[in-house]
Design a protein around this ligand. Structure first.
Ligand code: E4P
Length: 220
């Protein structure tokens, strides 16, 4: 399962990348706006971080709502680097644009997916990834795991190649739930990535190992 960082913060992405287990980045207009920096500058800096890695994915979202506008925005983004994955909302225009982008050979991420029918349309349009927003579904009392299982089953039954990129992650437990259901990738905020490492028993165990080792060495 691929692990992505969901962030527009270059320093966070650098720290996550340095660990050596990150396969890509997702951004969205809100994450970019939060940083208050120029979109293209941020994207270029993210691309530089992953320069030595092949097969990474860096999602950059279009903000037009019409097909031609989406395609016009996607063109310079796709030219930036082969890792750039054009993020397109699943609307009727978005699905048309995804199909056109497929023909142009762009990598794409069908975003704002909240239902299995939307995921089916995204796969039919040839999206590279589909992003079900799990946390936002749970926020409104829906069952995001059920959605994930439905998408997995539909894609498996029909051997659809679109990869499931689980998004809107709220906890480190949710990352494991996604892994158990067979998500191809999970994108998470940096703070959730940090939580993947943590367990109190690891800290306590390490403390004791080091203390015992010090006692042993000081004896002799
Ligand atoms: C995914 O691609 C989105 O950027 C993201 O996961 C949305 O998460 P949020 O619901 O926490 O804003």
């Amino acid at each position: 399962m691929k692990l992505f960082i969901d962030s527009g913060n270059v320093e966070e992405i650098k720290k996550a990348y340095a660990v050596g287990v990150i396969d890509g980045v997702t951004t969205n207009p809100s994450l970019i706006a939060k940083e208050g920096r120029d979109f293209m500058t941020v994207l270029k800096e993210i691309i530089e971080i992953f320069e030595n890695r092949k097969d990474v994915s860096i999602s950059a979202e279009v903000t037009s709502t019409e097909v031609q506008g989406m395609l016009a925005e996607a063109k310079p983004l796709a030219k930036l680097h082969p890792s750039i994955t054009i993020k397109v909302p699943i609307t009727p225009s978005g699905i048309k644009a995804l199909k056109e982008m497929f023909k142009l050979g762009y990598k794409t991420n069908a975003t704002l997916c909240f239902s299995a029918s939307q995921a089916l349309l995204a796969a039919k349009a040839g999206a590279t990834y589909v992003s079900p927003f799990l946390g936002r579904l749970d926020d409104i009392g829906e069952n995001s795991q059920k959605l994930l299982k439905e998408i997995r089953s539909i894609y498996d039954i029909y051997e659809l190649e679109t990869q499931i990129l689980a998004a809107s992650i709220r906890s480190h437990r949710q990352v494991i739930d996604c892994a158990l259901v067979g998500a191809d990738a999970v994108t998470m905020p940096y703070k959730i990535f940090e939580q993947l490492f943590q367990h109190p028993q690891t800290d306590q165990g390490l403390k004791k190992f080091l203390a015992d080792w010090q006692t042993h060495n000081s004896r002799g």
